[in-house]
Design a protein around this ligand. Structure first.
Ligand code: SF4
Length: 214
């Protein structure tokens, strides 16, 4: 049975460090984490570029925009009316934060989850990639890959899976860097090789650890 850490080292050897999250600022990571819900990163990039071109990639600017104007700027990311509202909800919360970097991770997470439109995956993206907290992000790619590896049940709750990863990697050092890269590597592998249909098992660096096709 492979360990969670050994899967990471194999993926790292195969793809190298992924240097996530692609953004110029902490605030851009936060906006990207909200816009990426149910859409591809390419569509998010277009929306982020549009916000930048219009000088609107800041908390103040987003709060000052009329919701329909903001929705037009982020249109490429899909569900733009809902996401415009979510972005403004987030910015209202963020603008009230005096010194979020000094707050305990659990407290910050609970607070993030209380924002309308911020679910566990978005909250954990923000915690890990913007606030640099050791929180493991779970997504559909993680469920698919690790259930095929027989290490998790795909239907387990988000919270159960997050806690399982954090427990299995508890002994490792420099967890923020590890979790940052591990999640990015999972996304890379699931997008390139371990596809929903017809996974490319012949080219897979985890083939010997996987019983999916047995
Ligand atoms: S062997 Fe196939 S199913 Fe298993 S992890 Fe690799 S690509 Fe996915």
């Amino acid at each position: 049975m492979p360990t969670f850490y050994s899967i990471y080292t194999r993926l790292l050897r195969r793809y190298g460090p992924q240097s996530w999250w692609p953004a110029d600022s902490k605030f851009e990571v936060m906006v990207g984490a909200i816009l990426t819900q149910n859409t591809s990163w390419l569509n998010v990039e277009k929306a982020l570029d549009n916000l930048k071109k219009n000088d609107c990639l800041s908390c103040d600017a987003i709060l000052k925009l009329k919701p329909n104007k903001l929705a037009v700027l982020i249109k490429s990311s899909g569900y733009f009316n809902v996401k415009a509202q979510r972005l403004q909800n987030y910015c209202e919360w963020f603008s009230r934060q005096k010194n979020p970097d000094t707050r305990a991770t659990d407290e910050l997470r609970t607070d993030l989850l209380s924002i309308n439109g911020v679910g566990p995956e978005t909250a954990d993206d923000i915690l890990l990639y913007a606030f640099h907290r050791p929180v493991f992000v779970i997504d559909a790619y993680t469920r698919r890959l690790f259930s095929r590896l027989n290490l998790v049940y795909a239907q387990d709750s988000y919270e159960d899976l997050r806690l399982l990863f954090e427990k299995k990697l508890a002994k490792q050092k420099n967890k923020v860097k590890l979790f940052n890269d591990y999640h990015a590597l999972i996304v890379r592998h699931a997008k390139d090789i371990c596809l929903v249909r017809n996974p490319d098992c012949e080219s897979c660096c985890l083939q010997r650890q996987c019983s999916y096709n047995e």
